[in-house]
Design a protein around this ligand. Sequence first.
Ligand code: SF4
Ligand code: SF4
Length: 121
Amino acid sequence: MSILSMTKTLVKSILHGPYTVQYPIKHKEKFERTRGKIEITIEDCIYCSMCQRRCPTGAIKVDKANASWSIERLQCIQCSYCTEVCPKKCLRMDHQYTEPSFGKVKDEYSNARVSDHPENH
Ligand code: SF4
Ligand code: SF4
């Protein structure tokens, strides 16, 4: 790279400013296919545990007896595999990120009515 070309690149970078943003104070634009976080339509879940078994990081826990489904947000690597294996297609990738945290971020969903259904006994 010549001195002239290097100087041009340097000046361009200085004038442009940083390409990154001060997350979480500022947020970058989200796109339709941004991998943010997994969401569930709990009413459609049959607690088959397929997502729990296939999740490579063990982020998902399914409790059929109590009709509950939970996810440890910061353990999830957004691979989206759970959305592919769910037979009811009740998992989806949302484009909103989980807020940063020093501790665990566990979201739990339950649908107690399902445990009363005869097919679940
Ligand atoms: S996106 Fe991947 S890591 Fe996250 S819960 Fe689903 S399978 Fe697990
Ligand atoms: S794979 Fe789908 S239906 Fe089965 S427990 Fe997970 S979210 Fe529920």
